[in-house]
Design a protein around this ligand. Structure first.
Ligand code: VGL
Ligand code: ZN
Length: 194
């Protein structure tokens, strides 16, 4: 029997238009998406999963319903769509966003679900249940959904790395604090030139 190479998955967190250039536009977002698409094309064996923040208009995360954020990622609106550069620029069909590899979270109006750990795809599969041991995380926003996703995976025993040039953030200082804190907790930070 040939020895199989242990698989690695990349979790691309919330690279949706509202976070890239919409109501909650984050810093470094276009650079992050470009970096992620190049990284995927350079790693054709990587299993790629995308998370999507997926709120109803009544979500309690929104200011008008007592939350802290402007309305964002409302289900089936343009702001909730994944950046089309993944579809356009990724060479391998299986690594592009699809029914199988998009995992939705934030569906419950009453729960602020930053972490993508329990996100589900259209068939109801749960993200953490289909991931291999080794997981690389990138996406938006570093200090919120990326951070909570990394912490949940780490706590559950996954071997987690963070792709620093593939991150976008609300606030640069908070982003840098986040990286330092996650490193302290044993997360490997890849490519820290930013
Ligand atoms: C996020 C704020 C609200 C994120 C999601 O993806 O980081 N941030 N909802
Ligand atoms: Zn949200």
């Amino acid at each position: 029997m040939p020895e199989s190479v242990s698989p690695t998955a990349l979790v691309v967190v919330d690279c949706q238009y509202d976070f890239v250039e919409g109501s909650l536009a984050c810093q470094h977002s276009h650079e992050a998406v470009d970096f992620i698409t190049d990284f995927i094309n350079e790693h054709p064996d990587l299993q790629v999963c995308y998370s999507a923040d997926w709120h109803s208009p009544e979500n309690h995360s929104f200011l008008e319903h007592g939350g802290t954020w402007p309305p964002h990622c409302v289900q089936n609106t343009p702001g909730a769509e994944l950046d089309k550069n993944f579809e356009r620029k990724i060479s391998s069909e299986s690594q592009k966003p699809s029914q199988e590899n998009i995992f939705y979270k934030g569906v419950d109006d009453l729960v602020e679900e930053y972490s993508a750990f329990e996100a589900k795809n259209a068939a109801g599969q749960v993200l953490h249940e289909i991931l291999p041991q080794d997981v690389v995380v990138a996406g938006i926003a570093s200090e919120f959904c990326v951070r909570e996703t990394v912490l949940a995976l780490n706590k559950a025993g996954f071997n987690v790395s963070l792709l620093s040039p593939g991150l976008a953030f609300v606030d640069l200082e908070q982003h840098q604090k986040n990286l330092a804190d996650l490193r302290r907790q044993g997360i490997t930070i890849i490519g820290e030139e930013q």
